[in-house]
Structure formats: C-alpha cells, structure tokens
Write a protein that binds this ligand. Structure first.
Ligand code: AMP
Length: 547
C-alpha cells in the first residue's frame, strides 16, 4: 500500500519559487567584475532567472543541453544557476583556473552549447574560441557599456541585452526529479577530468541536509558569504541553501584577497562564510597585523582540505568565530561530514575541544560511511584503526558522466554499492571521523603508514611557517620517509633544526620528518589545494640526509 501524500518532484526551481514567495525582500549583494557593489532582492533574482530561461529558449537550448559558465561568485551566476537548471538544461560550471587546453577538453567532453563568462575571463574565451565545436554562442556577463571589442570571438552576445529582450513571465516546467541539473568536473590530478552529474533530487536533498543545525546551520537571520567558488561543487550548495532558508547572500566576485573579503564582510554584516584553508590564511594575514576584529561574523565553514589546528585556534580564540570543519568531495555534492559537537564535547576543556574540532566530523543524515581494510572488510570504529573510507547516500555519485558502463562503486555483502573516497580515515565509536591522509599521499615507512596531514598540522602551528606540505621521499632502508616542504612567513627567521625540534613530544619519534626544505611557494591546484603530485615530481630525486 502506498502512502497517500502529494507527489511533488524535488526540483531546483522550487527553491527559487519558495524564495520569491516567502522571502521576496531578502538581498543578494555582489561585488561586480565592473568594480561596484550590486544589490538585488530575491524577487528580482527570480524575475531575472525567468528572463534567463526565456533567453535560453530563444538560443535553442533544450532539456538536458549543457550550458557552461566561466564565472566568479555573483548575482548573474546565481541567475544562471536557477535559469539554466530550472528550465531543464544542465548548468556546467567550468573552472577558470584550469589551463585553456583543459577547458577545451572539458567543454568538448560536456558538449556545451552556450558559454556564459565574466569579463575577467575574456583571455580564456579568446584562447578557446572556435576550438569547441558544440558551442554556438559566448555570452559576456555584462551590460552593453562594458562589452569588449573582441575580434577573436564570433557569436559574442551581451548578457544584459539578452535579458532585456525577454519577458520575465515563465512557468518553471515540472519534470522527473532524477533529471540532471548541474555538471562539475573533478580536478583530477591524474588522467582526464571526470564529470559528476548532479540530479535535481540529489541537489535539493543535499541542500536540506547541508542546511541542518549540525551541518552548515543556516537560517533567515544569516548573511552568508561563500568564498568557495560557484565553479567548485556549486559553492558547497550555499546558493541553494540561501533560497531554501531565506538567508542573505553576499558574493565577493573577483575580490578574494584578505582586504576585499574583510571589508565586504564588515559592510554587509556577514555572519557565515565558507572556503578552503588557503583563503582564510589570506584573510587572517590581512587582519592580524592591523589588529582588526569582526563585528558580525559568527561561523566559518572550513573544508576542501584539512583545517590546520593553528588556524582553528586563531579563529576561535582571537576572533570569536566558530569553525565548522567540514569534509566532502565533488563526487559527494560535496557534503559528507561536519564537526558539530555532541553533548560530551561541551564538557571538554578548551584545548581538548579544539583537538576534536580539528577532526572532519560526523556524517550528515543522507550520507553513510565506513572504513575498510584492503580486502574490503569493515574495520572497527574505535578511533585508532584507520582504513579506506567508503560512502553511500542520496547525493553520492553512482557513475561518472559518459562512463555509465564502468562503475566506480564497490559492492558490500548485500550487493549495495559504496563509493571509495580515496581518503584514509579513522572513526570513533561516537561517529567522529578523522581523515589521516589521501590514499595517494600516505607515507609508507617500513610498511607502516605515516599520516602527512598530522605532520603538516604540527608544522603549520610554528609561528614562522606560512604553509607546509609533507611528502614521501625515497629511502633505501625504509622505502619512504617524510620530507617536509615549508614556505616561511615573510621576514621570518627559522632553521631546519628549529622546525624539527618543534615536532618533539608532539608525535611518535619515528614520524618526525627526515628533512625540511624551504621553498618560495607550494603549487596550488585549481581549487586552492596543495598539489602534492607536483611536489613529489619536484623532489623525486631528493636525497634525504638519512639515506
Ligand atoms: P574535491 O573533490 O576537489 O573537493 O576534493 C575532495 C578531497 O579533498 C577529499 O577526498 C579529501 O581528500 C579532501 N578534503 C576535503 N575536505 C577535507 C577536510 N576537511 N580535511 C581533509 N581533507 C579534505
């Protein structure tokens, strides 16, 4: 017997309809590429998204066609989030930090039909124009007055002209909630990038889960500033969550330096922000020397790579900003876990609580996780054994785009599929997960694993260290030993010996790095993460003093 309740497909457009009907006055504030601050209400956002949907129809875009963006976080990008997906087409967010050849490969693979771009990315458009056969038109996300005079790009259209031609009347179509709504390619450090195709259902369910109090904890009284780009896993769902809960959205546009972010946070009374650790380093690096404080910021979500405990402590103790350490991946929409407290954590001392917060946290409902050994057998949740982390859930990938014949999943005894995350983790009996490494990054010394994240976290707590990466260097006896690569803070004086001494008492002696090298910079990938693959290549022939 079926239940007898209404069936309403979970569609992305329903979030916008809700926002317009119940929070029409709420604001989307954006720092524009043109340089000024732009404001629109949710009512205006909804009306302009409908114009986008009409414009796409005029451009010949049909259900399931891919429409690409190369854009910063801003209101026009937000209008495309809803206008494209809401009309049944698939929003494909391209990463502008990739090399133009990679952009061509990905756009080609996705068979993008139209590409919308922010003016900052005109050089990329000029480099790729004519190289992706499927693209019928390029649309500059600006008004007539700011349109570029590019002779290299044919079929160049103006966003504001397109919208001006259209009516803001449009009925969002109803279709199967399993239909694709957005497409995002993984950064892929090896091999070609892989497409992750989210459905309307997975996206709406993910927004429900991610908005919960023990997840990103967003409400109508919040002003949310996503630093995490809208081209990286849908800005961790914040553009959807804001419409769902009626929160104010503040978009930083291209201004991602510490000064621009700080000023925008203060001017717009931002209460919640989200981004990768490298961004927060820039913000704190701007605020600390000037003794600046936040007046409204309450929480910040840090994820994408491990949040260094030193950063966590600074946010909590010096700025009174609560850190929500979160873990996830492109294949997971992205949210998997958030370190939200349980009652017993509230009874811990401050230092003990900070140590818990440095872990990646508890599974959000909708995601199940377990750790397994090399044979796929589940390992105990005792907080000490670590194993390969597998996940399953409503917003976890089943197959990659255009790879329907090869499943990435591994089956359990009951035939259920689990996605192998490629992360190595421990889980405590009360469900707190801690990532110890990326499986490709673990250092195997004499057959035993050394977690590079632990070593990096210790090094990052040294006052002279701006950034640290730990990689495996070849060793004739132990096979691999840890090599610490360090970027010093400007004008800091520190020696190899100082750094090594700093590890004493903080870690098992045999985990101490065998050597420290100082470099000017550590290569960062397109989403701001340290590219250890590049470092491993750079130090492939490194001779450890202990070798
Ligand atoms: P991406 O799909 O590019 O977002 O990368 C996902 C990967 O980033 C995960 O599999 C982890 O290796 C890493 N990651 C994300 N969040 C965290 C975190 N809080 N701590 C440690 N690693 C993380």
């Amino acid at each position: 017997m079926n239940g007898q309740m209404m069936h309403m497909p979970l569609l992305v457009s329903s979030l916008l309809v809700h926002a317009e009907r119940h929070h029409p006055e709420q604001m989307v504030v954006s720092r524009r590429v043109e340089g000024d601050i732009h404001r629109e209400t949710f009512a205006e956002l909804a009306a302009r998204s409908r114009r986008v949907a009409n414009a796409l129809k005029r451009l010949g875009v049909q259900m399931s066609d891919r429409v690409a963006t190369l854009a910063w976080n801003g209101y026009r990008h937000m209008e495309l989030y809803y206008g494209v997906s809401g009309s049944g087409a698939v929003l494909h967010t391209l990463n502008p930090r990739l090399h133009p050849d990679q952009v061509v490969w990905i756009a080609d693979h996705a068979e993008d039909q139209v590409l919308f771009f922010d003016m900052s990315f005109l050089p990329i458009i000029e480099a790729i124009a004519g190289r992706v056969k499927s693209i019928k038109a390029f649309v500059a996300m600006t008004d007539r007055a700011h349109m570029p005079a590019s002779s290299k790009v044919s079929n160049l259209l103006c966003y504001e002209d397109l919208l001006a031609q259209e009516s803001d009347r449009y009925e969002w179509p109803e279709f199967d909630e399993q239909s694709a709504c957005t497409l995002c390619y993984t950064s892929g450090t090896t091999g070609n990038p892989k497409g992750v195709l989210y459905s309307h259902r997975s996206t709406v369910l993910h927004a429900f889960g991610a908005a919960l109090p023990d997840a990103l904890n967003c409400s109508a009284t919040d002003a949310v500033l996503p630093v995490v780009p809208m081209f990286h896993v849908n800005a961790w769902s914040l553009p959807y969550i804001a419409c769902m809960v009626g929160a104010k959205l503040v978009f930083p546009g291209p201004g991602l330096d510490g000064k621009s972010l700080y000023e925008l946070m203060e001017q717009e009374h931002v209460t919640v922000s989200a981004g990768v650790p490298t961004v927060w380093q820039g913000l704190l690096g701007y605020m600390e020397p000037q003794g600046l404080k936040f007046s409204t910021m309450k929480r910040t979500v840090i994820g994408g790579s491990a949040c260094p405990p030193a950063m966590l402590k600074t946010f909590e103790q010096q700025y009174g900003v609560h850190v929500l350490h979160a873990w996830g991946m492109t294949e997971m929409s992205p949210l998997g876990t958030v370190m939200a407290f349980k009652p017993e954590h509230l009874r811990l001392s401050e230092e003990e609580r900070l140590a818990v917060q440095a872990k990646q946290g508890r599974a959000v409902f909708g995601v199940d996780m377990k750790i397994v050994d090399a044979q796929g057998q589940e390992l105990p949740r005792d907080g000490s054994v670590s194993g390969d982390l597998l996940v399953r859930g409503h917003w976890i990938i089943d197959t990659y785009f255009k790879q329907q014949d090869s499943s990435p999943l591994v089956k359990d005894g009951a035939g259920r599929g689990w996605f192998p995350t490629g992360d190595v983790a421990k889980i405590t009996s009360d469900g707190v997960m801690q990532i110890t490494d990326r499986s490709k990054d673990v250092i195997k010394s004499g057959g035993e694993w050394i977690g590079s994240i632990d070593l990096e976290n210790i090094a990052m707590a040294h006052p002279a260290v701006a950034m640290a990466a730990c990689i495996a260097a070849k060793h004739p006896k132990w096979d691999e030993r840890p090599l610490l690569v360090v970027v010093k803070k400007p004008a800091a004086e520190v020696s190899r010996e100082d750094i090594l001494q700093f590890f004493e008492g903080k870690i098992a002696k045999w985990w101490t790095p065998d050597d420290v090298v100082f470099v000017e910079s550590i290569p960062l990938g397109a989403t701001g993460k340290m590219m250890k693959v590049k470092l491993r290549e750079q130090f492939a022939d490194y001779q450890l003093p202990t070798a």
